[in-house]
Design a protein around this ligand. Structure first.
Ligand SMILES: [Fe+2]
Length: 339
């Protein structure tokens, strides 16, 4: 299995490895099917940009680093319910949130590395909620690596999953963190620290953030974790950058927008080259990443010409010179401050 952009799809050689969902979260096209050209048009209309496919190049790649798809879709549905509740001025389904956050945490703890399904794998209507799930997954992962207690991870995961809940009332970049904080702090079962994830996820380490221009230690660690996770997720999902490029962008803001120790930990733990990534090596060989092993940035690969599989960790003279992608994003397209 590998993730491709829709324009890379070839009817003759590829079939779906994961279903395609419609706006209502229902299966539009089932796993195992080929996409009829008429349906391709329909997917473009829904603005679905990525699909998971199976083909000869990706055989044997299981992407176990990716969270179980039904759990991911369930989490999206629960977060959507929370947003709808706020819009309708009804109580947030806290119990359901607690249950799904626990499931997301279990999913993360089962894995040694995390690979995200980009939100552009779904139709536009679901992306805000899928973004929230991804930010929560990344935050849980960082919390786990920081050695947080179960209670700390629970608060962080809940806060990260609802970091943008203020957008149910206001789409404004400065306004929605405050609205989110106000919404979450009123909920008895919600810890105040979880509410601060919403309040502080657009603050910056150097004091240039919003809404309160907090700086340094005045920003809670959970706020900084959510900020890194939020920006990374937007770079990968909205901007369509490769994980490697997105991590580079995060690193350029280390010590400026984010705490250095958190950035270091983050870039050590998120794979530059997730399974399914096509690579160009220094000896001119083309390869595909098969799986992530203990040495996260030196994955297990397959050479496309010979089908030989090997671990880059055990081949120190083999260097990655390029990630093979169809579209290389331009710097001026960047908009990191996006909500
Ligand atoms: Fe936001």
């Amino acid at each position: 299995m590998r993730l491709i952009s829709l324009d890379e799809y070839r009817h003759q050689t590829m079939q779906l490895a994961r279903p395609v969902f419609d706006k209502q979260n229902r299966v539009l096209l089932a796993e195992g099917r080929r996409i009829h050209p008429v349906f391709l048009k329909r997917l473009l209309e829904l603005d679905i940009r990525y699909i998971f496919i199976e083909d000869a190049v990706s055989k044997g790649i299981t992407m176990e680093e990716m969270v179980d798809m039904p759990t991911w879709m369930d989490a999206i549905a629960v977060i959507k319910k929370c947003f709808e509740a706020v819009r309708e001025k009804k109580p947030i389904p806290v119990k359901e949130m607690q249950k799904i956050v626990k499931q997301l945490t279990d999913e993360v703890y089962k894995r040694s590395a995390i690979v995200l399904a980009p939100t552009t794998f779904l139709s536009e209507e679901l992306r805000l909620y899928a973004h929230a799930v991804n930010v929560s997954l990344l935050s849980i992962f960082l919390g786990k690596k920081k050695g947080f207690t179960n209670l700390q991870v629970k608060d962080l995961a809940m806060g990260a999953a609802l970091h943008d809940i203020g957008k149910a009332e206001s789409g404004d970049i400065t306004d929605h963190p405050t609205r989110g904080f106000e919404i979450l702090k009123r909920i008895n079962e919600m810890s105040l620290l979880a509410a601060h994830c919403a309040f502080q996820h657009h603050e910056a380490f150097d004091g240039s953030g919003v809404p309160r221009k907090l700086a340094g230690k005045n920003i809670h660690e959970y706020g900084q974790i959510c900020s890194i996770a939020n920006d990374y997720e937007n770079l990968v999902s909205i901007e369509g950058f490769t994980p490697h490029y997105a991590l580079e962008m995060i690193m350029t803001r280390s010590g400026i927008k984010y705490r250095e120790d958190l950035v270091s930990l983050f870039v050590q733990q998120i794979p530059f080259y997730p399974p399914g990534t096509r690579l160009m090596l220094n000896k001119g060989q083309e390869a595909i990443v098969v799986k992530i092993t203990n040495n996260i940035q030196r994955p297990y690969i397959r050479l496309l010409a010979t089908e030989e599989e090997l671990s880059l960790a055990e081949h120190p003279t083999m260097l990655v010179t390029k990630v093979i992608v169809d579209k290389v994003p331009q710097m001026e397209e960047l908009e990191l401050e996006r909500g």
